[in-house]
Design a protein around this ligand. Structure first.
Ligand code: RP5
Ligand code: MG
Ligand code: MG
Length: 281
């Protein structure tokens, strides 16, 4: 298991005074004893108010709440892409180790919080010619958004709603964040959905698993399915007018290269895409 780094140390996102308990590299694994470990307990107010995307606070409830861990719990997918997670003190334990914080932080679900990441690519073309990178291979570009919460450039991904198909999440999040679909009239949104449907049919899986996200805690973490949708001849999605929407403040085509700096472990996904399409890295 690859060690997480983004969800360790420092101030927890969107708080002023919630600091993670320090977890040095050699104390990340639960298999290693860490006697001094005293993680802070934090769950954001927005989560405690229990919106539809959040679980109840099982540790504080008077009557027992039945949650089907490691399975499809009615509409909520509590399965992990990794090995089954353990339950300690009635709550799931992050399979990637300590984070210095217990509770759910900004995440709604105990255990895995499922997301989907649509990676839309095209070849970089200038004056009708494919641009080549230093390695002599053609340069790829992907549609990136700038996140409102951290300012980082990222894939326009989002959370899978309860009962939602991942294929739906991929297209919906892309439309909301990169095309500002939430600001369209219902008729126009419907038209857009039908147009995109064809393009979103041919996806290739790039990654499936744990995300090293700054919001992860000892009890809640993000897992994602990243899919690549490639416009090889630049005739469809490559020509879309991009407008940032929802939790994105900017959107643009970004060159895929080793020098990229992206949110969470999204750069890892880009390397895989460049490799799969034989593009420059
Ligand atoms: C990342 O956060 C995932 O890879 C996905 O891109 C995103 C989902 O969270 P929101 O964009 O909904 O905040 O961990
Ligand atoms: Mg979103
Ligand atoms: Mg998002």
């Amino acid at each position: 298991i690859k060690m997480h780094t983004n969800c360790r140390g420092g101030l927890y996102p969107r708080t002023k005074d919630i600091y993670r308990f320090d977890v040095p590299d050699d104390k990340v694994s639960w298999d290693v004893e860490y006697k001094e470990y005293q993680p802070v307990d934090y769950t954001a107010e927005s989560v405690l108010q229990q919106p539809p995307w959040a679980d109840p606070d099982i540790r504080k409830s008077s009557e027992p709440i039945k949650i089907k861990w490691n399975s499809l719990d009615n509409n909520i997918d509590r399965q992990t892409f990794g090995k089954k997670y353990d339950i300690y003190n009635h709550v799931p334990r992050n399979p990637h180790g300590r984070t210095g914080i217990i509770g759910r932080g900004l995440l709604g679900r105990w255990g895995p919080n499922h997301a989907a990441d649509p990676i839309i690519t095209r070849w970089k073309v200038v004056d009708g010619h494919k641009v080549k990178g230093q390695d002599g291979k053609p340069v790829l570009q992907f549609i990136a958004i700038q996140r409102r919460d951290t300012g980082d450039w990222a894939i326009p991904g989002g959370m899978v709603d309860a009962g939602e198909l991942v294929t739906t999440t991929l297209q919906r999040e892309f439309s909301e964040e990169a095309l500002n679909a939430l600001n369209l009239t219902p008729e126009k949104r419907d038209k857009l959905r039908k147009c995109l449907k064809v393009f979103f049919k041919n996806g290739k899986e790039v990654y499936k698993g744990y995300v090293d996200d700054i919001r992860n805690t000892d009890n809640s973490w993000i897992e994602t399915v990243a899919m690549n949708f490639h416009d090889d001849n630049g005739t469809s999605v490559a020509n879309l007018a991009l407008t940032a929407g929802d939790d994105a403040v900017s959107v643009k085509w970004l060159d895929i290269a080793q020098s990229l700096k992206l949110y969470a472990n999204h750069k890892e996904f880009m390397k895989k895409v460049a490799n799969d399409l034989n593009g420059s890295w």
